[in-house]
Write a protein that binds this ligand. Structure first.
Ligand SMILES: [Zn+2]
Length: 231
């Protein structure tokens, strides 16, 4: 595997880098990323690949289950450098389906560090438990909803950090976007539209109360799972 990685780098240098030498030389002088990405460490959710972005586009922080922790100097320093020094105006928190961290929140986990870390997302489980019970969600639907509710919760955490809170009190920046990447389709659903601050249609649909789904009641769980996958 290691050999493949080094070979891949050689190919990159001779191909992409050489073909776009001027671009990479300008990047070598200075980075000016337009987006701060907070995502999961999962190997299937590489922000550059899933958004078709070139190097230099995003300033990145990734951890287990894309969490914004209050006492994490790591994420705080990245945020400070990103919004104060790089003057990034858009922050994306991107969760994903089939997330191991999210499954561990649902099922409980005994490893000490992982368990402590995931406590920061426990609030998302409370609301998901309630909606899942009301809507009689399958396990897969529930985990998907938990991924989405976790993104919503982490946006709340981000907005409560003094750095961001003080900036928002002076104006609208940085805009904070909530996304959900679907590892089974490769598509990104917008959950919170950072341009308006509003909950987007995809999340509204996931959170919709059972009463508003009455018309589809006869279609059963299987159809409901299919329609979720099509979103
Ligand atoms: Zn994950």
């Amino acid at each position: 595997m290691i050999h493949n990685l080094l070979q891949g780098n050689q190919d990159f240098v001779k191909g992409e880098f050489a073909l776009n030498d001027r671009y990479y030389q300008s990047l070598a002088v200075k980075q000016s990323p337009k987006v701060l990405w907070i995502g999961c460490s999962d190997s299937r959710v590489s922000e550059d690949v899933i958004t078709g972005s070139r190097l230099g586009t995003m300033f990145v922080h990734r951890n287990v289950a894309n969490i914004v922790a209050f006492n994490d100097v790591n994420i705080s320093s990245i945020l400070e450098y990103g919004v104060v020094h790089l003057k990034i105006e858009d922050i994306i928190i991107c969760g994903h389906t089939r997330c191991g961290g999210i499954a561990a929140i649902e099922d409980g986990v005994h490893e000490n560090y992982i368990s402590d870390w995931l406590c920061i997302a426990s609030g998302a489980k409370d609301i998901t438990d309630r909606i899942a019970k009301e809507k009689k969600l399958s396990r897969e639907e529930k985990l998907e909803l938990l991924s989405a509710e976790n993104v919503k919760l982490q946006i709340k955490h981000l907005k409560n950090l003094a750095l961001i809170k003080n900036m928002h009190q002076k104006g609208e920046l940085p805009r904070i976007h909530g996304w959900l990447y679907r590892v089974e389709t490769g598509k990104i659903d917008v959950l919170i539209d950072g341009r308006t601050g509003q909950t987007a249609a995809a999340l509204k649909k996931m959170e919709k109360s059972p009463g508003t789904r009455a018309a589809h009641k006869t279609s059963g769980k299987r159809d409901s799972a299919k329609s979720t996958a099509r979103k």
